[in-house]
Design a binder for this molecule. Structure first.
Ligand code: SF4
Length: 309
């Protein structure tokens, strides 16, 4: 792996912010919570924790699938569900002072409802404890079962996010137990069941996809009602995971996000270190920097913004 990091281009080299993450770590420990930030070895966790934010990971930390890019532990049987997890997530979110809460999970093909009821309870627990809070969920595919997607949406999340992760041609290598058309169907079904809910998806680039494939995937996501898209660079967690085929330069992220925005997405968040819930609140609200450059060359393209304002 050392040789792999030596190959890192300049734009991927960065120093960690000085600010402390102690408080966030302490609160997550106090409420015995998992985060995808740590389980998936997210490169932004230090920055986000230092800003008192994190993406809560429910349904245990063992996934019943084994995607080629993912650092999360996997087994055919997941962990025993803890009934008080929804309340613990809500208390932690409140103590962190979050106004925008992102909840994700491992995939639980071993549960009858694949965790749908636990998702709904967690969303409700957060809404009940934090008035005016916005909730984004990043869900598994629930095998595109309409009854399960409806059960989750009954809890009225503000954003329903489900990642396609990569283009159709690479699905089998990248996420062998998932399915491209099934995932598109999940997003389409969510939008049909609850048109008011914003739908979102994400791709990791650098796996060998072509620009034409990314744009075609974008077109299919738009046709499925998706309005927010994230594009990030795949970074190999260990030598047991699939290889990086390309380190995508910042200008390519910028070009892709401009073309995808012109195709119809209301927001495209693109950049090497962009992950599904990175700057999720800004991406949703469009508040603050609705159009601009963040650290690391991250671009938020937003339709209809007067660039000369
Ligand atoms: S389904 Fe999600 S958590 Fe499970 S291995 Fe794939 S990416 Fe990781």
């Amino acid at each position: 792996m050392a040789q792999y990091y030596r190959r890192f281009p300049d734009w991927l080299r960065r120093s960690l912010p000085e600010s402390s993450t102690v408080r966030t770590h302490a609160i997550l420990k106090k409420y015995q919570l998992n985060t995808v930030c740590r389980s998936a070895m997210c490169p932004n966790s230090h920055e986000c924790f230092a800003e008192d934010t994190a993406t809560f990971m429910i349904l245990g930390k063992v996934c019943t699938r084994h995607c080629g890019f993912c650092a999360i532990a996997s087994n055919s049987q997941g962990e025993v569900l803890r009934a008080d997890e929804p309340e613990r997530v809500a208390f932690a979110a409140k103590e962190l002072g979050l106004k925008y809460v992102v909840i994700t999970s491992v995939t639980r093909d071993d549960l009858e409802d694949e965790g749908a009821a636990h998702y709904a309870r967690t969303i409700r627990a957060v809404q009940n404890l934090i008035p005016g809070v916005k909730v984004e969920i990043l869900t598994p595919d629930f095998h595109a079962r309409e009854d399960l997607i409806a059960r989750v949406l009954e809890a009225e999340p503000d954003v329903f996010n489900h990642n396609l992760e990569t283009v159709e041609r690479l699905q089998r290598v990248v996420r062998p137990q998932a399915d491209y058309l099934r995932s598109l169907n999940v997003l389409k079904t969510a939008k049909r069941i609850e048109p008011k809910c914003v739908t979102k998806s994400g791709l990791i680039l650098g796996l060998g996809e072509t620009e034409a494939e990314v744009l075609e995937t974008g077109r299919q996501l738009l046709a499925s009602g998706v309005s927010i898209l994230t594009l990030g660079q795949y970074l190999r967690p260990t030598s047991n995971h699939i290889e990086v085929k390309e380190f995508v330069p910042p200008r390519k992220f910028e070009e892709l996000s401009k073309r995808l925005e012109a195709m119809g997405f209301s927001r495209v968040i693109a950049g090497a270190y962009v992950r599904s819930s990175y700057h999720a609140a800004e991406a949703f609200a469009g508040g603050g920097r609705v159009h601009g450059k963040y650290a690391d060359g991250i671009v938020i393209e937003e339709k209809g913004v007067d660039r000369n304002a």
